[in-house]
Design a protein around this ligand. Sequence first.
Ligand code: ACO
Length: 439
Amino acid sequence: MSSTASGAAKPTVTVTLDGTNRSTTLPLLSGTLGPAVADIRKLYGDLGVFTFDPGYGATASCESKITYIDGDAGVLLYRGYPIEQLAEQSDFTEVAYLLLEGELPNASQLAEFRKNVTYHTMLHEQLRRFFDGFRRDAHPMAILCGVVGALAAFYHDNLDINDARQREVAAFRLIAKVPTIAAWAYKYSIGQPFMYPRNDLSYAENFLYMLNAVPAEPYVSNPILSRAMDRILVLHADHEQNASTSTVRLAGSTGANPFACVAAGIAALWGPAHGGANEAVLKMLGEIGKPENIPEFIRQVKDKNAHTKLMGFGHRVYKNFDPRAKIMKDTCHEVLAELGIKDEPLLDMAMEMERIALEDDYFVSRKLYPNVDFYSGIILKAMGIPTHMFTVLFAVARTVGWVSQWKELIEDPAQRIGRPRQIYSGAPTRDYVAVSRRD
Ligand code: ACO
C-alpha cells in the first residue's frame, strides 16, 4: 500500500493498494493547531483494508476543542490558554469553568459557578455507609472507583444524558463530590472521622481541610500549601485523549451514565504507566535508597532484560519536555521552603537522577524527560499526604477533564459508539473435535 498527500485546494491523501489498480482518495482534515489528519473512514469500504495502530499513537479518535498538546514544543493549552498562565494567574475553579464551558467566565458567571460546585459537595448520608463495606486496608483508588460508580444509584434525577440540564447537574455533582469521596476514602483508611465539606473554603482549601482536619482541633489553612494543591489540580485537570479520558469517552459512547463513565476513567488512571506514576516515583526513590545507588539503578534501566523503568520519565506525547514538570519543580521548592524542609533526601535524589538522566545518551536519544509526576509525588509527600493517595488526588483533578470530554462527546452530533477493529492472528477456521478424539 502506498500513499501520497496532495496540496490542492482541498488537500487529500491518495492510497494505492500495491499490486492492484485500486486506490482511494481520502480527505486531509486540519484543526486550528497541530498536524493534518487523514480521514480514513472510507478506506475499508473502498479498499477493504483497516489501519493498524496499537496504542493509538497515530490515530485521532475524535474532534475536540478542549485541550491541545504539542509534544515536540512542550506546549499544553486549555481552550487555547497556555498552562503556565493558568497555573500562575488562575485557580482550579475558574479552570474548571473554562474546560467545561469553553471560555473564561466573567465575575458573575464565576461566582455562580463556584456556588453551583460548592452546593453539591455533600454526599447522600446513605452513601456514607458504603465506606464501611470496604476493608480498612483497601486502596483508596478501589474505594473511589466503587463509590463514584455508586453515585448513579443515588442521583437518578440526572441520569438522562440527552437532557442538557441533567448533564449540567451531573457535571456539578461529580466535580463537587469527588473530593469529598476521595478525602473520606483516606479518612477511612486511617480510622479518623469523616470531615464534612466546608463551602466557605476554596476548592483546594476545602479538599485539604477534609483530608487533614479532625473534629477535636481547630484547623488552620496554610495559603502556600493550598496554592500548591490548587496548582496540582490545575496542572492535572485535563490532558487531551490520554488513556483514562479515552476510557471515559469509550464508555460514554455507549450511552452509559456519567458516573459510570468517570468510574471507568478512575479505573484506567490507576495503572502505574498513567496516574499511578507519582506513587511509583516515590516507591522507586525509596528502593534506590541513597544517591550512591543511582548509577547502578540507571544501569538497570538501560538493560532491556531488567524490565526497569525510570518512573516519572518519558511521555507518550511530550518528546521535548513536559511543561507541567517545570511548574511542579518550582512549586516543589516553594512547598519545601514553606515547610522548612532543607534536606529532603528524596528531592536530592530526584534532582541527581534528573541531572544524570538528562546527560545520558540513553535518555537523550529517546527524548525521555521528567514528566509532571516526577515532582508532584515529592510535593505531596512533603505535605504529609501518603503515597497511596497520590493517584486519588490525580483523579480529583482529572474529574473536570473527564466530565468536559464526556459532555463534548455527548453534544457531538458525529459521535458513534467506539468500536476499534483488530488484526486477527489466531487459528484459522477449523472443525470442532470431540474430547474423546483429542490427543
Ligand atoms: N525509563 C526507561 N526507558 C524508557 C522509559 C522510562 N521511563 N520510558 C520509555 N522508555 C524507553 C522504552 O523502553 C523505549 O526504548 P526502546 O526504543 O529502546 O525500545 C523508548 O524509551 C520509547 O518508549 P515507548 O515505550 O515507545 O514510549 P511510550 O510513549 O509508549 O510510553 C510512557 C510512554 C508509558 C509514559 C513511558 O515513558 C513510561 O512508562 N514512563 C514511566 C511511567 C510514567 O512516568 N508515567 C507517567 C506518564 S505521565 C501521566 O500519565 C500523567
